[in-house]
Every structure is written in structure tokens, then in C-alpha cells.
Design a protein around this ligand. Structure first.
Ligand code: ADP
Ligand code: MG
Length: 347
């Protein structure tokens, strides 16, 4: 097994909830991320999936140091990023870059494409001395499938898919090892999603990149992920290889998410079990006691309100495809295996 590039341990981000204008006082906290652990191995893609508001972007921002964790550690090749500062942090930061969700708002409309893609060189001039930057940026445009002559154009002159290619080129500018892609295709038309995913796939091979690929839909990450972590209310509730998660899910939430993935084959559609979750995701400012999923879970029992289930391999499954970490007291019970199409978005 390849070495771990990143090791995330018990990562927590609580945003204080305050009240009062003159005398501000803290009345609680939004538990956006509440104890997340995973590792990222060299050359792999780890998909992170979960509904809107479950903390995916907050994890992404902490990985690239846009947010400081409340607690926990992020080890990059054994070095804790949360304890670094100044030059040491800057040097490490270069290796972990982000691609943002919305290519319509994440690119500065007043900057040319050349300035947007080349901006990281202002902070890291050692990667590309001034005289070589224009050529570097043109090479990057070419690498992401855009005409290098577009270098002086502005973001509004491009389509959504092309803008996301610009965002990806910018992410590549500093030759990082890790790209954290936060729902990179969610804002794009379905017809364009597959093209951008194929581009990311090719870039990964060409530049030996490791990806943390975030999505709210299990069908999108399937195509690109080696392993998948499923998040619910600030925690990872199940994590495993592609085949473990899609064919042998043991957490009821993963099973429900899978049952909602569209199935193109009418025959398979008729035979699968559809799980409809009741209610909404609870507020991260006031999460349920015990298991965070229990208020929407059809397997929930009194034990689930009293005891937080740990993310661990179920004792009943020491080996086999179900032997992967799952945070459910009843992970070893009746398997629901919804039918899933073998591929991600069609293109
Ligand atoms: N800066 C912030 N201040 C307060 N709450 C925040 C902030 N950023 C995110 N949150 C809250 O944290 C939770 C997780 O948000 P986020 O990480 O954006 O979720 P996701 O990316 O999975 O949709 C949400 O309830 C969100 O409202
Ligand atoms: Mg998000």
C-alpha cells in the first residue's frame, strides 16, 4: 500500500454562535466538523460525499489552511500543518491546492485569465521567475484543454466548463502534489460534468496528483474515486474502497444515499429497494445525542440515543467486503444492497 501523504486526525471546526450587539457573548457553537479522521495516500483519489451542510467545504478549507481547525491535526508527510507558521507553512501550502465549487464566482471578473492563473506566482515567485510566467500560463491553458491565445480574455468570455478549466489551471500553477476539489462539477451542466471529470482524471495520471474530491452525490465520485468517505453532520460515518462502499455499504445513511442514485436500467430500477429518509438534517448547532443519524434512521433503537457509535470495522466482519469502518451500532445487521449503475455521469 502506498504511503500516506496526508493524515487527518480528529479534525474539529466549531464556529461560535454569538448573541447581543454591544455585549457579544457566545451562546453555542455550530459544529461544522466534529471529529473527522482519514488519510490520503500518494496517487489516490479519496471521494468525500454528503448532503449540503454536512461540513465538506469546512474540511476542504482546513486542508488548504483557509480555516484554522478548532482541534485536531493535519499531518502532511508526518508534519502537522496546524502547528506550522510563516515560511515553513508557506512551503508546505504550495503542495496542497484547492479547486473551488463555483467557477462563476470564484474567478475575479476584473482579472484576465493570464493574471488569474499566474496569481499564485506572486506568492511563490521561486516556482516561475517573472520572465517565464507568460509561457508557463500558456502551457497551463494548453494542459487543461484551452487555447493558449485566450490568455488576455476575461472570465465572462468563457462557458462554465471552460471557467472550471481555468480554476483547475490555477490550482496546478504551483505544481502541487495534492488537489482538494470542492464539488468541482456541481455548478456545471450534466453534459459538461463528465468532460471536467475526465480532465481531472487525465491530469492525475500526467502529474501524479492525489485528490480529495468532494461531491454531494455518490454517483459523481464513483467514476473517479479509489476510496470514498461518507459524511453526515460533521462526521465521517463510513469509509472504504469503491467496491466496499457501493456494493457492501454497512451504514444506513450510505444505504439510503445509494438507493437515491438514479438507475438508468428500468429492470434494475424495479427490483431495488428505495429508502426514503424522513425529516431534514438536524442543525449542526444542536446535533442529536448519540448517533447523529438516529433521528432519520429506520434502524434506530434506544441505544443509538445513548451511545455514540465509533467509526470502526464491525466486529462481526473481521474480513470480507463489509470489513471497513462504519459508525453504526447495527452495521453487522441485514445488508441492504441497492443496485447502482457501474459508471458515473454519462458523457
Ligand atoms: N463561517 C461560518 N460561520 C458559521 N457557520 C458556518 C461557517 N461556514 C460554514 N458554517 C456552517 O457549517 C456547516 C457546514 O458547512 P459546509 O462545510 O459549508 O458544508 P457543505 O460544504 O457540506 O455543504 C453548515 O451548517 C454551515 O452553515
Ligand atoms: Mg460545500
Amino acid at each position: 500500500m502506498a504511503e500516506s501523504l496526508l493524515e487527518v486526525k480528529d479534525l474539529v471546526k466549531h464556529y461560535p454562535l454569538t448573541q447581543g450587539i454591544v455585549f457579544r457573548r457566545q451562546v453555542g457553537a455550530v459544529k461544522a466538523v466534529d471529529g473527522v479522521s482519514f488519510d490520503l495516500r500518494a496517487g489516490e483519489t479519496l471521494g468525500i460525499v454528503g448532503e449540503s451542510g454536512c461540513g465538506k467545504s469546512t474540511v476542504a478549507k482546513m486542508l488548504v489552511n483557509l480555516e484554522r481547525p478548532t482541534a485536531g491535526s493535519i499531518l502532511y508527510k508526518g508534519e502537522d500543518l496546524t502547528k506550522l507558521s510563516g515560511r515553513a507553512l508557506k512551503a508546505v501550502r504550495r503542495n496542497i491546492q484547492m479547486v473551488f465549487q463555483d467557477p462563476y464566482t470564484s474567478l475575479n471578473p476584473r482579472m484576465t485569465v493570464g493574471d488569474i492563473i499566474g496569481e499564485p506566482y506572486e506568492i511563490h515567485p521561486e516556482v516561475a521567475p517573472k520572465g517565464s510566467r507568460r509561457q508557463k500560463v500558456q502551457d497551463l491553458l494548453d494542459v487543461v484543454g484551452l487555447n493558449p491565445e485566450y490568455i488576455n480574455r476575461y472570465p465572462h468570455q468563457f462557458s462554465g466548463g471552460q471557467r472550471q478549466r481555468i480554476g483547475i489551471a490555477r490550482g496546478l500553477a504551483l505544481q502541487p502534489e495534492i488537489i482538494v476539489a470542492d464539488e468541482p462539477v456541481s455548478a456545471l451542466d450534466v453534459s459538461v460534468q463528465a468532460q471536467v471529470i475526465n480532465l481531472l482524471d487525465r491530469l492525475q495520471k500526467d502529474f501524479s496528483l492525489s485528490y480529495v474530491f468532494i461531491a454531494h452525490d455518490l454517483s459523481i465520485v464513483r467514476h473517479i474515486s479509489d476510496r470514498v468517505g461518507v459524511m453526515y453532520l460533521g462526521r465521517i460515518v463510513e469509509i472504504g474502497t469503491d467496491s466496499q462502499i457501493y456494493n457492501h455499504p454497512t451504514h444506513p445513511y450510505t444505504q439510503a444515499l445509494l438507493s437515491a442514485v438514479p438507475v438508468p436500467d428500468p429492470e434494475a430500477r424495479a427490483h431495488r429497494e428505495r429508502i426514503i429518509l424522513s425529516g431534514d438534517v438536524p442543525s449542526p448547532a444542536n446535533p442529536p445525542s448519540g448517533c447523529p443519524f438516529r433521528t432519520r434512521c429506520w434502524k434506530a433503537e434506544p441505544r443509538c440515543a445513548a451511545e455514540v457509535p465509533l467509526l470502526a470495522v464491525p466486529e462481526a466482519f473481521p474480513s470480507g467486503p463489509a470489513a471497513h469502518p462504519s459508525a453504526c451500532h447495527f452495521a453487522a445487521e441485514k445488508q441492504v444492497v441497492p443496485q447502482v449503475p457501474p459508471e458515473g455521469p454519462q458523457g
